[in-house]
Structure formats: C-alpha cells, structure tokens
Write a protein that binds this ligand. Structure first.
Ligand code: SF4
Length: 304
C-alpha cells in the first residue's frame, strides 16, 4: 500500500480550511432554473436546489462544498421544507437536481425518514437527479428509487482515472468502486452522470487535458450517460496552499474547450462544461470562449 502524502490526509486538508458560510438548515442555500440539453435530446428546463445539510464525511483534497454545510445533521422534515421553499419560487421544469454538497444517501445528511416525503415533493418532475459518492450506492439508493414516480439519475465524482492522482485526491475510492456503482445503478435502471476534473493538482496543463479526455472515454465505457467537466478551482484553503508550492495551477479555458469538444466528438453520451464558477478561471478576453462553451453545452455539437 502506498504511504499517504501529507497533503492527502484528512488532518492536513482540514488544517488548511477557513470558516464555513452561515447557512440556515430550514432553507436551501441556493436554487435556480437553467436550460440543459436533456437525455431526451432537447433543451429543457432543469431546477436545481442546493440543499443545506451536514458536511460530507469524505475530505477530498479539492472539495469546497463543505463551505455551505452544517456541522450537525438537519432535523427530520427540514430537507422537505427546503425543497418546498425552492419549488414555490421557481418556474415549473421537467427535471430537478437535488444537490446536497455531498451524498444524498448519507443518512447524516438527508434523514432516511424523509425519503418518502422528498419523493412526494418532487412527484411533478419527470427526472430527479441526486449526487452520491460511489461507496454510498446501496440499499438506501435503491429504496429511494422505488419511492419515485420519476426517473432517477445519480451524479458521482469520478474526478480522474489517473491512479496516483486519484489516490492523492483523498477520494477514498478506486476505479473498481466507481465502475461497480455504475453497474449497480444501470442494473436498476438509474442513469449515471460523472463529474470529471480538468487539471486536478499534481498535473501539468497537457497532462490535465490528456487525463480528462481519457477519463471521459473510460466513464462512457463503464455505462455513464453524461459527463460534466469541472475546471479545478481554488477556494478551499488546501488548493491555495498547493498553488503556492507549485502543485496546483487552474486550467486554461482553452483546455476546457478542447476537452469538452473531444468528449462530444465521441458521440457516446452528453458532455457539459461546468460553467457555474467559470469566472474563477476566465478573464475578459475569454468571453468568446465562454460563449462557445455555452453553445456546446446547449447543442452538444463540438465547436473546436
Ligand atoms: S465526496 Fe464529493 S462532497 Fe464529499 S468531499 Fe469528496 S468531492 Fe466533496
């Protein structure tokens, strides 16, 4: 077994952090509607509700999602209250993402006793998309699937198939764990999305591009239907420390274009650039590149 590097341990990662944001466990910390090229091959509205709940038990090196989490579990009923609060204020949409900054099937994050009421609260949607670590795909996931009237999709972080970098991300997951989870989900008729990092720490720009392309291909081979490419960003303390030591540099926007175009050219499934935090890597002169990425997201046609 490999000896852990100091920067890949929970203790080191936690020591780099700043404070959490103040969040209210009775309210989602954000919610929005956006247009997305759906699995039905057309542009459709998707509601996303960013649920406030307790922090993910994993401590991935690049993760900044803990910032909008609580240190204690939310009370039963509060997740349903959050979903209803958002849906009362959002226009109707056929699809919904319930993103909880961690693992939907972690009972410390989303109380299992709320699953039935959550399923009821989203019964008007055609598709419900939740996120989970591959190791949390099991009984709770399949029981929730049975409660839904809608199709279920699960988004999981693959991050990278580079074995050494994946280990150093402290994801506590092997590629076998990921492919096993995909196989179980597909067997249950659940669609699978993968989050793939563009240029995680410990890679040069060209390695970042190469491994993101390879990761997309591998994900599709496992049965993933949709890949979202996330330009790795700073903002969690650990990444700033790695940037100072020369172990992390954010990717160029041209690299994101190249990787997304390559993924789309495979015609193996949908590929999106994650543009939610694109301002982190974009400069004024990148406006045209952002427009092209938006267009590739909307049309699923490679442009570069
Ligand atoms: S499993 Fe996901 S939410 Fe949890 S620490 Fe890793 S990246 Fe963050």
């Amino acid at each position: 077994m490999n000896k852990p590097d100091v920067e890949s341990t929970d203790e080191w990662i936690l020591a780099q952090r700043g404070p959490r944001n103040a969040v209210d466990p009775s309210r989602p910390y954000a919610f929005l509607n956006e247009r997305e090229f759906s699995h039905r091959s057309r542009l459709e509205d998707v509601s996303t509700v960013f649920l406030t709940n307790s922090e993910c038990p994993f401590r991935c090196l690049m993760c900044d999602l803990w910032k909008n989490t609580t240190s204690e579990s939310v009370q039963p009923g509060q997740i349903v209250e959050q979903i209803r609060f958002a849906l009362d204020r959002l226009p109707p949409a056929p699809h919904i993402k319930l993103y909880n900054s961690g693992n939907f099937f972690d009972p410390n994050a989303i109380p299992e006793c709320d699953h039935e009421a959550i399923a009821e609260s989203v019964s008007c949607f055609d598709t419900v998309i939740v996120e989970s670590h591959p190791k949390m795909i099991g009984r709770r996931c399949f029981a929730f699937r049975e409660m839904l009237d809608a199709d279920m999709h699960v988004a999981m972080g693959l991050e990278t198939i580079h074995p050494e970098v994946l280990r150093r991300l402290n994801k506590r997951m092997t590629l076998d764990d990921f492919s096993t989870a995909v196989r179980l989900l597909r067997k249950m008729g659940v669609g699978v999305r993968a989050f793939i990092l563009l240029r995680p720490p410990f890679m040069t720009e060209s390695e970042g591009i190469d491994w993101a392309k390879r990761s997309i291909e591998w994900a599709f081979e496992q049965g993933v239907e949709c890949c979202t490419i996330i330009p790795t960003r700073a903002g969690n303390g650990a990444m700033e420390t790695l940037a100072r030591s020369g172990d992390f540099t954010p990717p160029a926007i041209a690299s994101l274009e190249e990787v997304v175009a390559r993924g789309l050219s495979l015609h193996a499934g949908r590929v999106f650039a994650d543009l939610w935090d694109i301002a982190e890597i974009a400069r004024d002169k990148d406006r045209e590149a952002i427009n092209r990425l938006n267009q590739m997201n909307r049309t699923q046609i490679p442009l570069v």
